[in-house]
Design a protein around this ligand. Structure first.
Ligand code: ZZB
Length: 261
């Protein structure tokens, strides 16, 4: 499974996270800290509206070299350390541990999205075993992200977040004949998905969205506007890697639980 690791810079840590850094004597001066989100859809980064972490996962903060630091699961950084992504091969000792729950509310800057300042928000269905444990939110084209965003907006108090942190409306970025320009919203409604916990119909929606987007989708925005998704995907990935905003990251097949989680 080859993912693109998207570097999402934390521009202001949530208060609880700041305390963790302080207690661990991690001084942010001169350093850049990124959440690394694993994606199979680099061409959709134009539609990011937040970054999800799991409130149940303990992440590590790792030295990625050149004053850059990554937040992701230990297992994913271990894989990275054997893929020339980190400074020392096979060295995956974390500098500190930080729980997803403390990161929620942090301000971030993500590549390609026109929305300047986004937030870190909770997603309870993130699998610790897959990718980096960090998921970038594209509610226009990912049914899981659409359903989670809707739950977060409608029950912000229950989730312990501020409603104004949630970008309510997805940004249209890809058009298909079948599902229009917001395929995730279309499919969530079509399959009558009520909550982000409806995992079975959400897995069906994800498969349908992947297929239709890849084979019949056309970009509505960005450098590859008007091009087919199947073509824009590789180009967008190359661009993000060339600009230093992303890297290729593979995961051994045996570590992947299932394609749809
Ligand atoms: C942005 C994005 C935009 C994604 C989209 C999908 C879609 P798969 O196919 O099962 O391997 N993801 C990554 N890591 C995790 C995790 N640990 N737990 C839960 N979800 C995770 O899934 C890969 C996709 O699942 C990744 O690509 C990521 O969301 C999410 F428009 O990144 B994606 C139709 C899907 N559309």
């Amino acid at each position: 499974q080859e993912y693109t690791g998207i570097k999402i810079e934390i521009t202001e840590f949530a208060e609880k996270a700041q305390e963790v850094l302080k207690n661990e004597k991690f001084d942010l001066a001169g350093k850049k800290v990124y959440l690394v989100a694993a994606t199979l859809r680099p061409e959709t980064m134009y539609g990011q509206t937040c970054c999800f972490v799991s409130p149940k996962i303990n992440y590590g903060l790792f030295d990625a070299g050149n004053g850059e630091y990554y937040i992701c699961t230990e297992k994913s950084f271990k894989n990275m350390s054997y893929q020339k992504i980190s400074p020392v091969r096979g060295d995956y000792n974390y500098i500190l541990k930080i729980s997803g729950s403390t990161l929620i509310g942090s301000k971030i800057h993500a590549p390609l999205t026109p929305l300047e300042e986004l937030r870190v928000l909770p997603m309870e269905t993130i699998l610790e075993s897959k990718g980096t444990g960090v998921v970038t939110c594209v509610p226009s084209d990912s049914p899981d992200d659409y359903a989670t965003t809707r739950d977060l907006y409608n029950k912000s108090e229950y989730y312990g977040i501020k409603q104004e942190w949630v970008v309510k409306d997805p940004v249209p970025i890809i058009k298909t004949e079948k599902y229009g320009d917001l395929c995730a919203e279309y499919l969530v409604k079509e399959l009558k998905i009520n909550s982000s916990k409806d995992t079975v119909p959400l897995a069906t929606a994800k498969e349908l969205a992947y297929k239709e987007g890849f084979y019949n989708g056309v970009m509505l925005v960005g450098k590859y506007k008007g091009e087919k998704v199947s073509i824009a995907k590789e180009k967008a990935k190359k661009d993000l890697i060339a600009s230093g905003e992303a890297f290729a990251y593979s995961e051994p097949e045996s570590q992947v639980i299932s394609r749809s989680g």
